[in-house]
Design a protein around this ligand. Structure first.
Ligand SMILES: *Cc1c(COP(=O)(O)O)cnc(C)c1O
Length: 238
């Protein structure tokens, strides 16, 4: 895929975000576009950065380290992949935001490592909104308790929620998941937990981002619509 095509894809996705935002009476400036780069080569990532995506989203800490050293920080880098506690040390140095916090042990380790770096790390709590066994994320009923516990950690700043909807042929079927994440977000925001802002809703991927924007997404995470299909064997990250 050429640089030109990637630029066109960014423009097309921006138009679709704007139209979806307009349908919901929202400002498109309130929705940030993340380029999801798993399996994408460096040249194409640089093209997406040049085309003006807001955020680069990484699934793997180790890969992100190499890429950030190479590409610098013209954009924010966010971690969206599963985080193992033994990678927390690098994660707090590399990322502007971590979307995939779903357990207290990960939060504790991030907090400990962030304290050493003297940084305040922005995080989102990943929620398994559909309850599917194959999906990561904290259980929707346990999540508010997790947010409360995490809010006491001095070096982490909870900024919102993240989810992955199940895959549907018809993206309309994902709408209840996105609406549910938004209402959870609103409930937690109303609870007014000190240090918790609940500004962000990270939801929506290539197949369903317009529905997610209609339901309040502030970050959409786009891979295939931007870069083309991924090689099949690497479709699902470990
Ligand atoms: C791969 C991935 C995406 C992007 O999915 P596409 O269907 O390629 O847009 C978004 N979020 C997460 C967590 C991912 O792993």
């Amino acid at each position: 895929m050429t640089e030109h095509t990637i630029r066109e894809n960014v423009e097309d996705i921006r138009r679709r975000i704007a139209a979806a935002a307009a349908r919901a009476g929202r400002r498109d400036a309130d929705v940030r576009l993340m380029a999801v780069t798993k399996t994408v080569d460096d040249q194409r990532i640089l093209a997406a950065i040049a085309a003006g995506v807001d955020i680069v989203g990484e699934n793997y800490v180790q890969e992100a380290k190499r890429k950030i050293e190479l590409m610098g920080r013209p954009r924010e880098w966010h971690l969206i992949g599963h985080l193992q506690t033994n990678k927390a040390k690098y994660a707090v140095k590399l990322f502007d935001m971590i979307h995939s916090v779903d357990r207290m042990d990960v939060a504790l380790e991030l907090n400990r490592r962030a304290a050493k770096e003297d940084r305040l790390i922005k995080i989102l709590i990943e929620v398994n909104i559909s309850g599917e066994a194959t999906k990561r994320g904290s259980d929707a009923t346990e999540m508010p308790g997790l947010v409360k516990e995490v809010s006491r950690l001095e070096h982490l700043s909870v900024q919102g929620l993240m989810t992955m909807a199940p895959w549907f042929d018809d993206p309309e079927e994902a709408r209840p998941c996105f609406a549910a994440l938004r209402s959870l977000r609103d409930r937690i925001a109303e609870a007014g937990i000190p240090g918790v802002t609940m500004r962000e809703l990270s939801m929506g991927m290539s197949g369903d981002f317009e529905i997610a924007v209609e339901e309040g997404a502030t970050i959409v995470r786009i891979g295939r619509s931007l870069f083309g299909e991924r090689p099949v064997k690497e479709e699902i990250p470990p």
